[in-house]
Design a protein around this ligand. Sequence first.
Ligand SMILES: [Zn+2]
Length: 439
Amino acid sequence: MYDNLREKVINWIDLNSDQIVSFLQEIIRVPSVNPWFFDEPGESSEGDVQDIIQKKMEDLGAQVKRWEPDPDKLVKYKGFPNYTPERGSYQGRPNLYAEIPGQSSGKSILLFGHIDVVKAGSGWREAEPFSGLIKNGKVYGRGAVDMKGGVASMIMAIEAVKSSGIPLAGSVKVGTVVDEETGGMGILSFIDEGYRADACILTEPTDFLVAPLCRGILWGKITIKGRSGHIEIPHGHWSSGGAVDAIKKARYFMDMIDNLNYDWARRKVHPLQDLPCQIYIAQINGGEYPTAFANEVELVFNAQYLPSERDDKFRRGGKVQQEILDFIKNVSNADPWLRENQPTVEWYMDADCAETPSDHEFVQLLSKNVNFIRGQSVVKGIGFHTDMGWLVNSGIPTINFAAGDPRVAHQSDEHIKIEDLIDATKSIALTILDWCGED
Ligand SMILES: [Zn+2]
């Protein structure tokens, strides 16, 4: 009987794969670009994607709620990740929650994603960015991978289970939020509303990796001071007023950062994480004109950290921040000029991270189903940030999982293979079935 149900769901998906693809096309055609990608944020069409999802979920028998994140209500999260009051009003930018109640007391599942996308950018050759064009077995468009493909998979997985006429014991819940791409308050407001479940699949593109871990990301800026002076004439020692080349000091710093990265690569290891945690210099700003030594250099960096490196309240990379500050102090103290002219550090962003134990039954279950559909399954962490931090920290075991190569995200000609979209839908549908249980 059990195998029969699984076959029924898989058959429905095979017979209705066109519907899955056209649902994805429909949501790609809404250009729900996060308004904060523009110098002057205008109106957002995130709500139009929510309209489509709402209609679909209501047709499937769900109760749907929509609301806009309210920065005033969220002020209690000041100092926590995602609290970004500078975003101003979220008017016209609704989150959505849908629930199909279970028939009895089975375990509940939450399927979660964001519906904003990054801006289209230039260089699209294969298709218009919001066309949802199908070419060579792929669907093209901004968001095809990140993450409207995942959202389409999770919602159509619910339809597959529903349409197969299988009553579930546990509840199926859907959360689709705004403002993920600029790290805003969509997820924060969702958690604040109190929505919880016994497990969650966050359908960010992992290219079929079962990813129960994501790393935290810190952005910061080190400002290194020098002392400008004519570049073509000799200078005395800095202690008697001579020039100090801030670019040379920055190079010294960057060499020391290389050393730190060797140390981190050796020390900061995790069985699920291949990519080492590193500090990368992403931007160098310095110097004023060709005849003067640089007065100042700014090194903008991106540092990644593991969930175990969060601070004592498990909310931020506080331990890593302190480690970087100590490093800067030690490096500076080894140089007489820098010892007296300590660099300053400014922090821009801290995107949180989380981990669900890989031996958790939900991780094992999804992994088993991915293996059943794809013939193999790999449990591994991902390098990029997702919204999973707030979900896990609220007690919901969460896995990132969906089709789509994350390297294609944010690129021109973003696309997803239809075959992969369908396989991800099957993997998720079987997991809903197993986790929530037949009533
Ligand atoms: Zn995403």
